[in-house]
Design a protein around this ligand. Structure first.
Ligand SMILES: [Zn+2]
Length: 93
């Protein structure tokens, strides 16, 4: 069967262990999984607004999540690229 990608979407090493998908829980090779880093609020929005009005400076936590390819495509984390565009090795997004 022909392969869509020469490296099956993974890095060269292949011995980098597995991570768990944040959405479906599937074990994905670390080099294949898509990592998303988000800045999330610590408090509820209304409480945060009140605290900010009172003069408090609230930090935002950084949370990174790993997604399997299926969930990343389904959740529009990455987009499906054309055959020629797929050769582009630049960082996505
Ligand atoms: Zn998943």
């Amino acid at each position: 069967m022909p392969k869509k990608r020469k490296n099956s979407g993974k890095n060269k090493s292949g011995k980098d262990g597995f991570v768990q998908c944040a959405k479906c829980g599937r074990a994905v090779p670390r080099s294949k999984a898509k990592r998303i880093t988000k800045r999330v609020r610590i408090a509820e929005p209304q409480i945060e607004r009140e605290l900010r009005q009172a003069g408090a400076i609230l930090p935002r936590a950084t949370r990174s999540m790993w997604y399997c390819v299926s969930c990343a495509v389904h959740g529009h984390v990455v987009n499906i690229r054309s055959d020629s565009n797929r050769k582009n090795k630049d960082r996505l997004r």
